[in-house]
Design a protein around this ligand. Structure first.
Ligand SMILES: *Cc1c(COP(=O)(O)O)cnc(C)c1O
Length: 381
């Protein structure tokens, strides 16, 4: 089955009781048993829920895995991965990663004796050097937020295999339509379904996908034992969002490509970060491992002033000033004052995250309107 058919059909069957074409929202906490222990495979809704099962099977198919396991949020999914580790174990992670992931590794798991080291995954020697006898997990995010760096998934997961450690790729920014890390050697894929999978900015949900029966068994154990599960309505919303994933992401990618091109030729705009540009350092790897170059574009201003960025952000009319990404609507954000405000200025300047850096999550509107909106906001400087 090809991708666009899988989004709509994989794991989805008409309801056996009524024939309902769309997966029902099984809003129940428990299930009737005809005799003690004699049930239809469902006992209690923390452990299993039929709406969730359909979503989990659908996600497994989209990532070419065997098992999907859903959680209440992307970070709850990540928490289940980190729970595979024991005190004394270590994580080696990309240094340019989602702030919440960094917080979970440093502020929560370090207290339990699990240390994380952050390195530039474009430097494969540095990745190798960072792996110690205690390292059990490589944590990969690509494209990265907000600098849109690209990590060679096949190369870094190859290193993990060679060293006998696990690899997990956070595939939130690309979505399974653009990139399938399990095919490139990853053991686990993570999604914040809050973003492209849900696609309509109306739900928070997370998921893991793996091809390994042993890992899936442990994730199901944590899912039930810890209980960070999504409700059936949220599972329904993500299932519904996924049916148009390929259409939305393709349109967002085409829009982003045109916007990046226009920004590059716009006076007052400094550097434009977009992996689709042939001079982007990760362009060749992106071409190799992604279907398109994604719907995210970042840029800064020639005159790198915080107040100028704030002015642009305050003056867009279609781009909404907000955190998050991956919805049908275009969003605009200012990492230095929003998502990355807790990182010291010198640290963020080192990676190119300047005072005026602006991040766009390009939606599926008509691109002419989006371009016009950015032009008028920039013209007010
Ligand atoms: C949003 C996000 C997360 C966290 O997901 P939540 O659903 O908000 O918990 C993790 N990784 C990336 C790359 C994200 O963008």
């Amino acid at each position: 089955m090809k991708f666009g058919t899988k989004t709509i059909h994989a794991g989805v069957h008409p309801d056996p009781v009524t024939g309902a074409v769309m997966t029902p929202i099984y809003q129940t906490s428990t299930y009737a048993q005809s005799a003690p222990g004699d049930h239809k495979g469902y006992e209690y809704a923390r452990t299993q829920n039929p709406t969730r099962t359909v979503l989990e099977n659908n996600l497994a198919a989209l990532e070419n895995g065997k098992h999907g396991i859903c959680f209440g949020s992307g970070l709850a999914a990540m928490d289940a991965v980190l729970k595979l580790l024991n005190p004394g174990d270590e994580v080696v992670s990309t240094n340019d990663l989602y702030g919440g992931s960094y917080r979970l590794m440093t502020k929560v798991y370090e207290r339990y004796g699990i240390k994380s080291t952050f390195v530039d995954f474009n430097d494969l020697d540095a990745v190798r050097a960072a792996i110690s006898d205690q390292t059990r997990l490589l944590w990969v995010e690509t494209p990265t937020n907000p600098m849109l760096n690209i990590v060679d998934i096949e190369a870094v997961c190859g290193i993990a295999r060679e060293k006998g450690i696990l690899s997990c790729v956070d595939n939130t920014f690309a979505s399974p339509y653009l990139q399938n890390p399990l095919d490139l050697g990853a053991d686990i894929v993570l999604h914040s379904a809050t973003k492209y999978l849900g696609g309509h900015s109306d739900v928070v949900l997370g998921a893991l996908v793996t091809g390994s029966d042993e890992l899936a068994e442990q994730f199901h154990f944590f899912q039930n034992a810890v209980g960070a599960v999504p409700g059936p309505q949220d599972c329904f919303l993500v299932l519904r969002g996924i049916k148009t994933l390929h259409l939305r992401v393709e349109r967002a990618c085409h829009n982003a490509a045109q916007i990046a091109e226009v920004l590059k030729g716009t006076e007052k705009v400094g550097h434009v970060y977009y992996p689709g540009f042939s001079d982007h350092p990760g362009h060749e790897i992106a071409k190799k491992q992604m279907r398109y170059f994604g719907g995210m574009v970042s840029f800064d201003l020639k005159d790198d002033r915080f107040d100028h960025a704030v002015k642009v952000l305050s003056n867009t009319k279609i781009f909404t000033l907000a955190e998050s990404l991956g919805g049908v609507e275009s969003l605009i954000g200012h990492p230095a004052s929003m998502t990355h405000a807790s990182i010291p200025r010198e640290e963020r300047l080192k990676v190119g995250l300047t005072d005026s850096l602006i991040r766009l999550s390009v939606g599926v509107e008509d691109v002419e309107d989006l371009i016009q909106d950015l032009k008028q906001a920039l013209a007010q400087l």
